[in-house]
Write a protein that binds this ligand. Structure first.
Ligand SMILES: [Zn+2]
Length: 144
């Protein structure tokens, strides 16, 4: 299933090819200090493929904190945070914001489950991302 999404102004957009066809889309309400402040709810499909297109890279603020192993992509124009990426062992992984999905049948969306990763070591955290995050990510910047 091809799922589209992005920020509000259209600067950051994505197309997520969710494979295999989803019976439901899980939603993780992250309880980290940053996601608590902006209401971050994330989903990912480990076997899927994500293509991200950024029209104006200068208008994307990449924010990281804590272990600094993940980048929140914040549209500097409209303030939406459509995705998070993590570069692990030479590969880019990503999760997308459930709030930034467009045109998804609400019946497919699971109720967000609060998730807490605070106590994790960096090693455990990166291994978890490799298992659960989208491993096939193409990130295209249209204007450099
Ligand atoms: Zn925007």
């Amino acid at each position: 299933m091809l799922i589209s999404g992005g920020c509000h102004c259209g600067n950051i957009s994505f197309a997520l090819d969710w494979e295999p066809e989803p019976k439901e889309i899980p939603a993780r309400a992250c309880t980290c200090s940053f996601c608590t402040k902006h209401g971050g709810i994330w989903t990912s499909c480990p076997a899927g493929a994500l293509k991200v297109t950024v029209k104006e890279p200068a208008q994307v603020s990449k924010y990281s904190f804590g272990t600094k192993t993940a980048d929140f992509h914040i549209c500097a124009r409209c303030g939406v945070v459509p995705l998070v990426t993590s570069f692990i062992d030479g590969r880019l992984y990503a999760v997308v914001s459930v709030n930034a999905l467009e045109g998804v049948d609400p019946w497919l969306l699971r109720k967000p489950i609060a998730t807490k990763f605070d106590g994790e070591s960096e090693e455990v955290r990166l291994a978890r991302r490799k298992r659960n995050w989208i491993a096939n990510v193409e990130y295209v910047e249209e204007r450099v």
